[in-house]
Ligand binder design. Structure first.
Ligand code: HEM
Length: 335
């Protein structure tokens, strides 16, 4: 059997893995048990109200956490506003469609009232995204806490680090690997597209300009489905229209996303790409049968958070701990 010798790994990746393992070791279940024991109740209580008022916010809150973790680690850098001297992640092109910032501030304000200066915005967002999934009828998982908030946020970095909708398997694998995440994490976490909506420009090229040479349909897209999508997305520049990414159940966390992808009805090229690799295709087709919901729920929980070191999962990528960073009072501005 092939073994991976550390000396064969690129230096950058080794440094990332070493740093991440050390940081994860300091995240703990019950981290706030003495300083803010009611933290999870407060977050859950507010999330119940937020999702009851706006069920479509579950997806955006989960996506916020993903976009936070993939750029500069899970350090709430995505929540910072731009300043006179800095264009922040929030204002990067792929982040223009993020939503839910106001809800994070609302939950953070509740926590500041109960336990001032104690709970980081990075932990608030991590808990909110878990609760968003639970309230959308998805799985629950324990969250190790103790993340600290970063002091840097760069739009350029966000544009460079986030996976693009046109990503094929080699590109997506490379981006996920740069965060310490593997091929299974890619196919499992893509299942988050069971929730939420997308703007027409995120997939219009598949309908109108698949080969770059004018009117052409992406052959990897089911043509009947494409006809329906064209009614919602009328041209390459139709910016305002929204489409459900998992039509029929976009507010419910379930496995029907994989059913759509298996039928060549995944909305983005990155979704369709899951059928081009044997491992990810097997996973999609297996879960698409609807017989392995429990397995997908378990896989999703594990790809979101690993509570035992040294494995890195999405909620643990590049976290700051101990005396690093700060505990912001308001999530949109540095202290
Ligand atoms: C595999 C690479 C991924 C790519 C290329 C990708 C790309 C996208 C794009 C282009 C959108 C639509 C944006 C818009 O037009 O408004 C979107 C939406 C969304 N993504 Fe992903 N994504 C990926 C992975 C993930 C992961 C790992 C998660 C979470 C774990 C996630 C969660 C979501 C959610 C929930 C939405 C819907 C947001 C809403 O309703 O506003 N995505 N994604």
């Amino acid at each position: 059997m092939a073994t991976i010798r550390p000396m064969l790994l690129p230096l950058g990746l080794m440094a990332l893995l070493a740093a991440s393992s050390a940081a994860v070791a300091q995240l703990e279940i019950g981290f706030y048990s003495k300083t803010c024991p009611q933290v999870e109740e407060i977050v859950r209580e507010e999330m119940v109200k937020i999702i009851a008022a706006a069920p479509s916010l579950a997806g955006p809150l989960l996506r916020l956490h993903f976009h936070d973790c993939f750029v500069n680690g899970c350090d709430a850098s995505v929540l910072l506003d731009s300043t006179k001297h800095n264009v922040a992640e929030k204002d990067a092109k792929p982040n223009k469609s993020l939503r839910g910032f106001g809800s994070v501030e609302r939950v953070k304000a509740k926590l500041e009232a109960a336990c001032p200066g104690v709970v980081s915005c990075a932990d608030v967002l991590t808990l909110m995204s878990r609760d968003a999934v639970v309230l959308a009828k998805g799985p629950n998982w324990p969250v190790a806490l103790g993340r600290r908030d970063g002091r840097a946020s760069s739009a350029m970095e966000a544009s460079d680090e986030l996976p693009p909708a046109y990503g094929d398997i080699p590109l997506l694998v490379r981006i996920f690997a740069s965060k310490g995440l593997n091929l299974k994490d890619l196919v499992v976490l893509s299942g988050a597209h069971t929730l939420g909506t997308a703007h027409c420009p995120s997939y219009a090229d598949r309908l109108y300009n698949a080969t770059g040479g004018g009117a052409s349909l992406d052959p990897s897209l089911d043509s009947e489905y494409a006809d329906k999508m064209r009614l919602k997305c009328k041209s390459l520049n139709d910016g305002s229209m929204l489409s459900e990414m998992d039509p029929g159940s976009y507010k419910t966390f379930d496995t029907s996303y994989y059913g759509h992808v298996a039928k060549r009805r995944g909305l983005f090229r990155s979704d369709a790409a899951l059928l081009t690799d044997a491992t990810t295709r097997d996973y999609v087709q297996r879960v698409a049968t609807g017989k392995f919901d429990a397995e997908f729920f378990k896989d999703f929980s594990e790809s979101m958070i690993k509570i035992t070191p040294p494995l890195i999962k999405m909620g643990n990528v590049g976290v700051l701990t101990g005396a690093e960073g700060e505990i912001r009072k308001k999530c949109y501005v540095l202290n």
